[in-house]
Design a protein around this ligand. Sequence first.
Ligand code: SF4
Length: 206
Amino acid sequence: MYTCADCKILACVSGTKDTMPKNCPMRQSTLMEKAFANYAQEENSRFYITSSSIEAAGYCQWPRLKETMEFCKRMQYKKIGIAFCLGLQKEAHIVAGLLRREGLTVVSVICKTGGYPKEAAGIPAECKIHPEEFETMCNPIAQAAFLNEQQTNFNIALGLCVGHDSLFYKYSKAPVTTLVAKDRVLAHNPCGAIYCADGYFEDRLK
Ligand code: SF4
């Protein structure tokens, strides 16, 4: 089992592989080399080098939104998909406008598309927010299907719910980046709970 999250040696960072821990994934040289070989594939190489160029060009200067727009431009994408949450429609509108200003075609699909009641997907009453009321289910598989149908080059996930985002990633044919990770409590800043996990948020994380 690998436990990089708990490692204090960080031989990977320093390049001193002779000090790597016993359970270091770098000891699995066959698997490591097999994975590494994928960077040589043309589709991965350009994608990876471009993303690294963004990191270097805007390091500690560009917010993620700027990095995302710049990545789309440097990859010479023509059509961008946005899969967004109803609760962030205003934000999706702003992002779409900024991308269009850069000359990109933008297709956006809301999470509630389809208009199905939650019951249609087997969600029981006790798993609804207001069990007595009509609630539209989120439909991330359809969001992916419609962006696939539109043949977007690259998709942006904007505020999709935990798990719904996973289904969107699973069904999207185009590569996906997450611009906004939804957190209804922390203004979409999940790190707030991590920073305060042993303090103000300790009880709320149990
Ligand atoms: S790759 Fe090896 S050295 Fe790097 S953090 Fe993981 S266990 Fe530590």
